[in-house]
Ligand binder design. Structure first.
Ligand SMILES: C[S@@+](CC[C@H](N)C(=O)[O-])C[C@H]1O[C@@H](n2cnc3c(N)ncnc32)[C@H](O)[C@@H]1O
Length: 319
């Protein structure tokens, strides 16, 4: 048995990792301080009043007002990485034309907002990219299964490594037609770069107790969520860099030439390195700290506009 953190005054829970039960405990004094701050926060109150899923919505609204990621003029394919509880997806849906497609991906279970599709999957898995591609393949009508095998077998708490892909067999398990009969997936994917805009607000979630899963544990109960960061700056930064790199790889592989990118980073020693990589992928790059982002938060947003073409992934990460 492994105990992750300890305090006399703690909240506790646990999850299974292989054969081992891992117990975690949160320091409840910092958790209640965080809850108190949420309660008094202007943007949290506004999010509640406007029926938005979280205060994060205001950061995207502010960034989109300036950088115009979304358009009502033409249908767009939007990919929201780390979408739960779903306020960025809500904003994307409301700022695009009705025939635009918005797909949210999150490692945690979460019901998407109206008009948004979602998959529960790990962005570090190559199979996740395959599923995203199929979703945006407009010649193909399907609905995504709410809880899929991908997450169960390759989910975050198990390991980051992909097994060898077995053509489309694995994807077939994830898709079903309206009457829930498994359907054949096409062997060819029509568009090489199907996505117009990628937005990523990913941050490693605190472990939650999935052994006793109930609807109240769903991530779309935003006002009852725990804070995401650990408060240990180096740890937060390095985990964030990994997720930003994963978002950038997804952008290299799936985003259209000319497409737009938004990515949250918890700042630290590798900021410059990440900025250089983003500049290798996009012609125009900006670093933004929206006013709705708390002063004490180390979060910073990278906006990448006008994706270059062609891009050599190895050069992006080694030059
Ligand atoms: C700060 S929240 C996103 C909030 C969201 N933008 C909103 O407006 O509601 C970060 C999310 O990233 C997700 N996440 C972290 N690591 C991930 C991974 N490897 N793959 C997919 N999602 C991940 C977390 O589960 C968490 O829900």
């Amino acid at each position: 048995m492994l105990i992750l953190s300890c305090s006399l005054n703690t909240a506790r829970g646990g999850f299974q990792n292989g054969g081992r039960k891992i117990i975690y405990r949160f320091n409840s004094s910092s958790t209640s301080r965080w809850k108190q701050r949420q309660k008094n926060d202007h943007y949290s109150k506004q999010a509640k009043l406007q029926n938005l899923r979280s205060r994060a919505a205001f950061k995207l609204i502010e960034i989109d007002d300036k950088w115009k990621l979304f358009s009502k003029e033409r249908p767009q394919c939007i990919l929201d990485l780390g979408f739960a509880p779903g306020s960025w997806s809500e904003v994307a849906k409301s700022r695009t034309s009705p025939d635009s497609m918005v797909l949210g991906v999150d490692i945690l279970p979460c019901n998407p907002p109206t008009g948004v599709s979602s998959i529960q999957a790990n962005i570090f898995s190559k199979q996740t990219q395959g599923v995203i591609r199929h979703y945006f393949d407009k010649h193909f009508k399907f609905k995504l299964n709410a809880v899929d095998k991908l997450h169960k077998d390759y989910g975050y708490f198990h390991n980051y490594n992909d097994p060898k892909l077995n053509e489309f067999e694995t994807y077939n398990e994830l898709f079903s037609s309206d009457d829930d009969v498994p359907i054949e997936l096409p062997n060819r994917i029509s568009e090489k770069f199907p996505v117009d805009v990628i937005i990523s607000d990913m941050y490693v979630p605190w472990p939650r107790d999935f052994s006793n899963f109930s609807s109240s544990n769903l991530t779309n109960m935003p006002y009852f969520r725990l804070m995401n960061t650990s408060g240990v700056a180096v740890r937060d930064h390095l985990q964030s860099i990994d997720l930003c790199d994963a978002a950038l790889v997804t952008a290299i592989d799936l985003l259209k030439p000319g497409g737009s990118f938004l990515c949250k980073l918890y700042t630290g020693t590798e900021d410059r390195l990440f900025e250089k990589r983003v500049r290798n992928v996009f012609r125009k790059v900006a670093k933004v700290k929206p006013s709705s982002s708390r002063n004490e938060s180390r979060e910073l947003y990278f906006v990448g506009l006008d994706k270059r073409d062609p891009i050599d992934k190895v050069t992006v990460f080694t030059s």
